[in-house]
Design a protein around this ligand. Structure first.
Ligand code: PEP
Ligand code: MN
Length: 298
C-alpha cells in the first residue's frame, strides 16, 4: 500500500490509498442522510424497486418498505443495462416520482448516477448518489463526485479486488468528499448457480481496513429472492452497517431485475428478523434519537 510514504509534491510518487484507511479515522466515519445516520450503532436499511417504472408501482413499493420499517427508498431512474434494447430507466420524470414518493413516506432517497452529465440533476434531488458496479472505475465520475459534498454509495465492481474498490473510494475522498459508503454487491467467480458470489469476508475486511461504512446488497449478490433473507442476516452478523435491497410490489411484472425482487411480505418478515441478529452483535435497527427532554420525561 505504501501509505506511509510522503506525497511527492510533483505528484509523481503514488502514496497509495491512505485517506480511506482505518488509521486515518480510527473512530470510523458516520454519514448523515437527512435524519438518518449510517456507520453508527444503528443499522440502516435501503429498499425499493430496481427501477422506477411509474407512479403506481413506485407508490406501492414505497408504502410497503416504509410500513415495514425501511430507512431509505431506492429506485433507479438511469439504468445500466447489459442490452441497449432493455428498459433504460425513466430518467428525469422518474426522479420526480422518486422524490415525491420519498417525501410522502418520510424516506430519503438513493438513486444511481451513471454519467458525469447527470450529476447536477442527481446531486440536487437524490440524498445518496449510487455509483453502480460497472462504473466503479469511471475515474472522471469519481473525481466529479469528489468535488461534491454529498453521500456517495460506491458499489464494488463486478471483478474488482478489495484493493481496487478502496482505491476507487480514495478518488472520492482525495477530492475532499468524505461521505462515502462502500457497497458489496457480489463478484464474478466460477460459480454460476447464483447471479454473483456474495463476498462477506470482504465486508468484514473492509470494516477492519477502512473507516468507511459498508453496505451489503444481497439482491444483486445472489439474484435469488429466497437467499436475500439469510444473506441479509449474515451481513448484519458480520459487521455490515446496512442493506440495499430490491423490493417490487409485483416482481413478475418488473421491467428490470424482477427475478431477484423481494415481495413486500418477505421484506416485512426480514425487517422483523433483523433485530434479533443485530442484538447479538451489539447493534440495532436505526431509529431517530429521542430528544433529551422527552427521554427525561419517560
Ligand atoms: C442496481 O442497484 O440496480 C444495480 C444496477 O446494481 P449493480 O451496479 O450492483 O449491478
Ligand atoms: Mn437492479
Amino acid at each position: 500500500m505504501g501509505g506511509q510514504q510522503p506525497e511527492d509534491p510533483a505528484g509523481r510518487r503514488d502514496p497509495g490509498a491512505h485517506r480511506v484507511l482505518r488509521a486515518a479515522r480510527p473512530e470510523g466515519t458516520r454519514v448523515r442522510v437527512g435524519a438518518v445516520e449510517v456507520g453508527g450503532p444503528g443499522f440502516v436499511v435501503m429498499a425499493g424497486p430496481c427501477a422506477v417504472e411509474g407512479a403506481e408501482q413506485l407508490e406501492l413499493a414505497a408504502r410497503a418498505v416504509a410500513q415495514a420499517g425501511a430507512h431509505l427508498l431506492r429506485g433507479g431512474v438511469f439504468k445500466p443495462r447489459t442490452s441497449p434494447y432493455a428498459f433504460q430507466g425513466m430518467g428525469e420524470p422518474g426522479l420526480k416520482l422518486l422524490v415525491d414518493a420519498g417525501r410522502r413516506h418520510g424516506l430519503p432517497i438513493i438513486s444511481e448516477v451513471m454519467e458525469t452529465e447527470q450529476l447536477p440533476l442527481m446531486a440536487e434531488h437524490s440524498d445518496i448518489l449510487q455509483v453502480g458496479a460497472r462504473n466503479m472505475q469511471n475515474f472522471g465520475l469519481l473525481r466529479a463526485l469528489g468535488r461534491l459534498r454529498k453521500p456517495v454509495l460506491l458499489k464494488r465492481g463486478l471483478s474488482a479486488t478489495v484493493q481496487e474498490w478502496l482505491n476507487a473510494a480514495e478518488y472520492i475522498l482525495a477530492g475532499g468528499n468524505e461521505q462515502v459508503l462502500l457497497c458489496e454487491r457480489g463478484i464474478r467467480t466460477f460459480e454460476t448457480s447464483m447471479r454473483n458470489t456474495l463476498d462477506l469476508a470482504a465486508v468484514a475486511w473492509a470494516k477492519e481496513r477502512t473507516h468507511l461504512p459498508v453496505i451489503v446488497d444481497p439482491s444483486h449478490a445472489t439474484g435469488i429472492p429466497s437467499l436475500i433473507t439469510p444473506m441479509s442476516l449474515a451481513a448484519a452478523a458480520c459487521g455490515a452497517d446496512g442493506l440495499l435491497i430490491e423490493v417490487h410490489p409485483r416482481p413478475e411484472q418488473a421491467l428490470c431485475d424482477g427475478q431477484q425482487a423481494m415481495s413486500p411480505g418477505d421484506f416485512a418478515t426480514l425487517m422483523q428478523r433483523l433485530p434479533g441478529v443485530l442484538a447479538a452483535v451489539d447493534r440495532h435497527l436505526w431509529t431517530p434519537a429521542v430528544p433529551a427532554q422527552i427521554a427525561g420525561a419517560r
